[in-house]
Structures are given as structure tokens and as C-alpha cells.
Design a protein around this ligand. Structure first.
Ligand code: GLN
Length: 452
């Protein structure tokens, strides 16, 4: 059914960089065989899933939507895809993204532009736009994305689906192509909160192959969900509205929907208070130093020697490196490499990179003091709904501004979920962001489930 739907809708939506029909049928048959043999099947048995194309899949091209990895076929499986396959999931394809996950609209992909299924003239958000659009269009039941500064939550919001960025270290990054390693985290997309909870259970957990992986007990997120419950430890759940995410720059319809959602949370029994995170607004500028800095180091490995594309017409080794990189990377990726290299260079390091790291600590402290008072924080996901394709491609700053509310959550390593909370006047979906303290995905799911 999913493959049929992909065949009908792909010409319009273009969520996938490659459809892995053969692999899907093979995995589906394996589930069938298990059922016939009376063997136990995994918790995702037979569930069609899309995988963002920055996660390594053994024997299947993994391009990061970049020309430089056009011919790259990983010789190994990422931990996340391995876990999904072990649980019986059926991979229908690799989804489109902004090149190396750098962007907020999936328009920096070197291969295709994904459309928003709610209005094909609009972007699906990004960078995991393909994964969000595929679920919204019903091309797969669930999908996987990665979130460095908002790339799961923002496209989830733009496409009207649920998306969660887990606590940094909860899900293994082994086999995820690195963008900014101290921020990158993998997470699910789904139509319902419960499905995201099930999916997170399937992919979370300690992995010795990722040195930042957390050695913690993973709760059963899904079976613990109780409808309508807004109590925790025998008392009301306390929800803090992040004051600084409202006001100037926020679309009126987004503000209205989020306020209505907060009213509903109150009616459901939550205690609502206002919280101030005064350094929150410095998240964006510090992220746009830290993320490019890490990216400039991570992307140094694409030199034409070890992976993917290699310039053919070079006279010597140096020109092979430079031509490969000049031809292989797109404009946004080059911009990030240049910003990052500049920020890390001797003489500027203290003024930019080190300063940004200090601001990162201050933002973390804002969250820490907020979580002394409340269990969960609430804000809009993005200041606007999905915009028209092409609207922001010539103005990178306006594209970066979309990440204002999602970025601080990555800088602090906290979990954040986007849940649909209404539509604007043009019928475009709006997302509500719930942010939890480290490893409190259980509370996020509980509140989101009660709200949904
Ligand atoms: N839009 C942000 C950026 O361009 C976030 C991307 C992401 O989370 N991968 O960096």
C-alpha cells in the first residue's frame, strides 16, 4: 500500500531521494515468514518507514542530498536503522533533506525540492522535510529524521505531524553523517504521539559505538501513556510558558493557536505559569557560530580520497581536493564551512567560538532554573507556518530566523516535541513545542498525548 501511494504521490510531493521497493518487499516477506512459522515478531513488524538520507544504510546509497556523496554506498548499517530493521520495520525509501541537513526548507538539496503536502507551492520545512512530508502524505506510516537546530520539530510543525528530538545522547549517532556533533540527535516522525513513543522505544538506548551515548534505563514510553492525564507524582503537571518566545516576530495566527493550546492544557488539569529564559534569544547567534564550526571540521573528510565524488580533471593532489570540494558542495554548505573556518581560526577563536560556547552555558543555565519551577516548557515551534518555495532562498538570515525557538533546546541538549495545534487562515498546520528536562521524554509524551 505504501509503495502504491508513493508511486501516485511522488511526482507531486517528492519526499524520497530513492525508493527502496526491493528492500521493502524483502523485509515485508521476512516478517510474513516469521508469522507463518509462528515466531515472535518485533514491535515494528511490517510498518513502512522512511529514513532521512543522512543515515547510513548498508548497500544502499546515502547521499545527504549532496553531490559530493552521490556515489557513496555505505559498507555498514547505522545503529538506528539496524535497530529499526531488528524490530521488523520495512524501509520504503531514503528521504530528501537540505544538503548535509543545513537548512530549514529542504531547498538546499542538490537533487530535488520536496513540496508540502498541504499546499504544493509551499516548503515542507527542513532539514528533515522529506521525512515530514512522507508521513503527512501517507507515503509511509512513520519516518526518521535528525535535529541539530530544529530539523525534526520545524518540519513536523510545517507538515502537521508529530516529531520529537530526544535528549542528546539518548539515540545513537553511529552511522548518522555528522553535521554538528555536539547538537545532532536522531528522532521519529509520526501522525500520533503514541506512534512516536513506540518508535523512540525502538531506537533509543546505549550504544558502545557512539562515545556520547548515554548509559541509562529506557522507560516504556508507549505503554505508560494514559489518556487525559495531567498529573505526575500525585500532583498537577506544571507547565511554563517561555515568555521570550512570544511577541514581536511571531505570526498572529500562530500566537493565537498556541494560546488556545495552552488554554486546553489548563483545562486538562495542568498548572500553567509564565517562565523567563532571558538568554534564550542569544541561542540563534551562538548556534550559527557553533554549528558551522563543528560542520567545518566534520566536512573536512570529503576530500575526494575517501568517499564519494572525486574531481577528474585535477593536475595534482591539491587541485584534486579543491576541485572536488568546489564542485561537490552546494552554496549553503560552502557558506557554513567558510563561517566555521573563520570562527575557529587563530585570533578569532576566542572572540567567536569560545564566546558562543559561553553563551551556550548561559542558555543551559536558563533552562536549569526553569526546570526547578516547572516540569515542561511550552512555546511555538516556529514563528510562522510553511512559507512559499523560493521565498527565503536568497536571504539566508531570514531562513536562519525560523530556528529561533528550536535552537536553544539543542544547545542545552534537552528533549523537545512538536505536536499539531491548529491551522492558519490559509489552512497551513501550526505546531506546539513542548520542552522537557534531560531524559524526561516520558513527561513530554504524557502531556502531548493528553493534549492531542
Ligand atoms: N535550520 C537549522 C540549520 O540550518 C537546523 C538544521 C538542523 O537541525 N539540521 O542549521
Amino acid at each position: 500500500e505504501a509503495l502504491k501511494r508513493i508511486e501516485t504521490l511522488e511526482p507531486k510531493v517528492q519526499s524520497f531521494l530513492c525508493v527502496t521497493a526491493e528492500k521493502a518487499m524483502e523485509q515485508a516477506r521476512a516478517v510474513d515468514a516469521k508469522i507463518s512459522a509462528g515466531e515472535e515478531i518485533g514491535m515494528l513488524a511490517g510498518i513502512p518507514i522512511g529514513i532521512k538520507d543522512n543515515m547510513c544504510t548498508k548497500g544502499i546509497a546515502t547521499t545527504c542530498a549532496s553531490r559530493i556523496l552521490e556515489n557513496f554506498v555505505p559498507p555498514y548499517e547505522s545503529t538506528v536503522t539496524q535497530k529499526l530493521f531488528d524490530a521488523g520495520a520495512v524501509m520504503v525509501g531514503k528521504t530528501n533533506l537540505d544538503e548535509f541537513a543545513m537548512g530549514g526548507s529542504t531547498e538546499t538539496s542538490a537533487y530535488k525540492k520536496t513540496a508540502n503536502p498541504w499546499d504544493l507551492s509551499r516548503v515542507p520545512g527542513g532539514s528533515s522535510g522529506g521525512s515530514a512530508a512522507a508521513v503527512a502524505a501517507g507515503e509511509c506510516v512513520v519516518s526518521i529524521g535528525s535535529d541539530t537546530g530544529g530539523s525534526i520539530r520545524q518540519p513536523a510543525s510545517f507538515c502537521g505531524v508529530v516529531g520529537i528530538k530526544p535528549t542528546y545522547g539518548l539515540v545513537s549517532r553511529y552511522g548518522l553523517v555528522a553535521f554538528a556533533s555536539s547538537l545532532d540527535q536522531i528522532g521519529p516522525f509520526s501522525r500520533s504521539v503514541e506512534d512516536s513513543a513506540i518508535l523512540l522505544n525502538a531506537i533509543a538506548g546505549y550504544d558502545p559505538k557512539d562515545s556520547t551515548s548515554l548509559k541509562v534505563e529506557i522507560p516504556d514510553y508507549a505503554t505508560n501513556l494514559k489518556p487525559g492525564s495531567m498529573s505526575y507524582n500525585g500532583r498537577k503537571i506544571r507547565i511554563g510558558i517561555i515568555k521570550e518566545t512570544f511577541g514581536e516576530g511571531l505570526d498572529a495566527t500562530v500566537e493565537q493557536s498556541v494560546n488556545t493550546a495552552i488554554e486546553k492544557l489548563k483545562e486538562l488539569g495542568a498548572e500553567i505559569v509564565e517562565i523567563s529564559c532571558p538568554r534564550f534569544r542569544y541561542g540563534l547567534p551562538s548556534y550559527y557560530i557553533i554549528a558551522p564550526s563543528e560542520a567545518s571540521a566534520n566536512l573536512a573528510r570529503y576530500d575526494g580520497v575517501k568517499y564519494g565524488m572525486r574531481a577528474e580533471d585535477a593536475e595534482n593532489l591539491l587541485s584534486m581536493y579543491t576541485r572536488t570540494r568546489a564542485n561537490g558542495f552546494g552554496a549553503e554548505v560552502k557558506r557554513r564551512i567558510m563561517i566555521g573556518t573563520y570562527a575557529l581560526s587563530s585570533g578569532y577563536y576566542d572572540a567567536y567560538y569560545l564566546k558562543a560556547q559561553k553563551v551556550r552555558t548561559l542558555i543551559k543555565q536558563d533552562f536549569e532554573s526553569a526546570f526547578e519551577k516547572v516540569d515542561v516548557l511550552v512555546s511555538p515551534v516556529a514563528p510562522t507556518t510553511a512559507f512559499k518555495a523560493g521565498e527565503k532562498t536568497t536571504d539566508p538570515l531570514s531562513m536562519y530566523l525560523i530556528d529561533l525557538m528550536t535552537i536553544p533546546v539543542n544547545l542545552a541538549g534537552l528533549p523537545g516535541i512538536s505536536v499539531p495545534c491548529g491551522f492558519d487562515n490559509e489552512g497551513m498546520p501550526i505546531g506546539l513545542q513542548l520542552v522537557g528536562n534531560a531524559l524526561r521524554e516520558d513527561l513530554l509524551f504524557q502531556v502531548a498525548y493528553a493534549y492531542e
